[in-house]
Design a protein. Structure first.
Length: 117
């Protein structure tokens, strides 16, 4: 009987992560493997799984903001700077993180550089 409990408990603990958290982790892994299109798909899944509304948990808001930010970074890597800017602006509107603002400035600089070419 104890053996069954030892087997079930780790399984239950692993299954506690939400689908949104799992999609975020998959997206980050795809990004690390330089599979940017797959990362974009996973980060978009996070957005649609959470569909944040006022009154939801701070953790959900942070995860949603991070998904938008990660999408922005992914779009920037593909040199889709206008899409990157929009995603990062959305992240900032959810959680006004200074890191997000710094990356937004870099993306905007890239947009200016493209225009000046």
């Amino acid at each position: 009987m104890h053996r069954i409990i030892y087997i079930i408990i780790p399984f239950l603990m692993m299954s506690c992560k939400s689908d949104a958290n799992m999609a975020m982790e998959r997206g980050i892994q795809h990004y690390k493997w330089n599979q940017i299109d797959e990362a974009i798909i996973e980060f978009n899944k996070v957005k649609y799984l959470l569909d944040f509304k006022d009154g939801e948990s701070l953790e959900s808001a942070e995860l949603l903001a991070q998904a938008h930010y990660n999408l922005g970074i992914s779009y920037a890597k593909k040199e889709l700077f206008n899409q990157a800017e929009q995603e990062i602006l959305t992240a900032i509107s959810i959680i006004p993180n200074p890191e997000y603002r710094n990356v937004l400035q870099m993306v905007r600089q890239q947009i200016k550089d493209e225009v000046n070419k």
